[in-house]
Design a protein around this ligand. Structure first.
Ligand SMILES: [Zn+2]
Length: 336
């Protein structure tokens, strides 16, 4: 079998060799220092402190430990042990949850707590846990999108921290949040996924699955099979919740003749659909905004008495909805 020394992590004076196979079944050898491994990881510490068996395999004159892990994932993990400062570069990328997913899994396995803590901290910085935080992130994304569609150069493009202010991929974020015990980010990460399910497919789980498959990081779904039914059930729960909320709302009689309530009724019927299929938080922000003078605003054409009532109701329903996210996704263990 072909084998090779890792170009960066093979120190001539190292006192232990770890070997692992890469994706091509090629054995990669890392020659390292036992003390650094033991200092970072109690699991490595125990593993390396065990009395050597009668026959210890050696490689290049030092003890050899064959690792069951993927060599490429192991390389990222070991690099962090030898150059901890390099983690900040990895964490500042927008796709850090997918880049660091496998190394974080190894960090958990070998109990390298500082890596888990650093990833958890970055997740908490990247994902809002409140409606106000969510609105801030979305406003920033909208602004970015508008600028990009405008095609012009923007000084923000030169700002290296900008990427880290946009939401990362929710699938790998959810996955990695579970690894580093950061459940507080789950409600809005799952909400993000919910908004990706397209309205046309509302009655067909297969069709939803098809659209879901087009989303980024589809390969991770197979690693989190429990989250697909969770999402399908959440969509149904949201639909039932809206039906209940809307039926419990009494319409306010308009004092004018003829009354101006047609739009209110239109909103109520639309809200059922958008609640089940669309991005309700975005929809409701748009239509509860008193400064919105657009032609398609649901409050357009309402009298000065009915307009603030409708906008106030939409806003109240918005906050109530955000408070229900843990329930919709059955994340009861989460305290937000
Ligand atoms: Zn009115």
């Amino acid at each position: 079998m072909a084998s090779q020394h890792d170009p960066d992590l093979y120190f001539d004076d190292g006192n232990i060799v770890l070997s692992a196979k890469d994706g091509k079944e090629q054995a990669i050898y890392f020659r390292l220092y036992r003390g650094i491994l033991a200092y970072n990881s109690p699991v490595f510490s125990d593993m390396l402190a065990m009395p050597p068996p009668q026959i210890v395999e050696h490689y290049d004159g030092v003890p050899l430990v064959e690792m069951p892990d993927d060599a490429d994932d192991l390389r990222v993990l070991l690099s962090l042990l030898f150059a901890p400062q390099s983690i900040s570069g990895l964490l500042n990328a927008r796709d850090f949850p997918s880049k660091l997913l496998e190394p974080t899994r190894l960090a958990k396995k070998y109990q390298i707590d500082w890596i888990l803590q650093a990833v958890a901290l970055q997740l908490q910085k990247s994902w809002p846990t409140t409606l106000l935080g969510w609105d801030g992130v979305i406003a920033n994304e909208d602004e970015e999108e508008g600028l990009m569609m405008g095609g012009g150069w923007n000084p923000l493009y030169e700002d290296g921290t900008l990427e880290s202010r946009l939401l990362p991929d929710p699938v790998s974020s959810i996955h990695i949040a579970r690894l580093c015990d950061t459940p507080a980010i789950l409600p809005f990460a799952f909400y993000r996924l919910l908004t990706w399910l397209t309205p046309e497919h509302e009655n067909s789980e297969e069709a939803m699955f098809a659209s879901w498959k087009n989303a980024p990081r589809e390969e991770l779904i197979s690693q989190q099979p429990e989250d697909w039914p969770r999402l399908v059930k959440a969509q149904k729960r949201v639909g039932r919740w809206f039906a209940d909320e809307v039926s419990s709302l009494r319409s306010n009689p308009c004092p004018n003749q003829p009354p101006c309530q047609e739009k209110t009724r239109a909103w109520f019927s639309f809200s059922k659909n958008v609640g089940r299929n669309g991005d309700f938080l975005l929809f409701s922000k748009y239509h509860s905004d008193p400064t919105n003078r657009s032609e398609d605003s649901l409050a357009k054409g309402l009298c000065p008495i009915c307009k603030p009532i409708l906008q106030g109701r939409i806003n109240a329903l918005r906050w109530k909805f955000a408070g229900q996210l843990s329930y919709f996704f059955q994340l009861e263990e989460v305290v937000v």
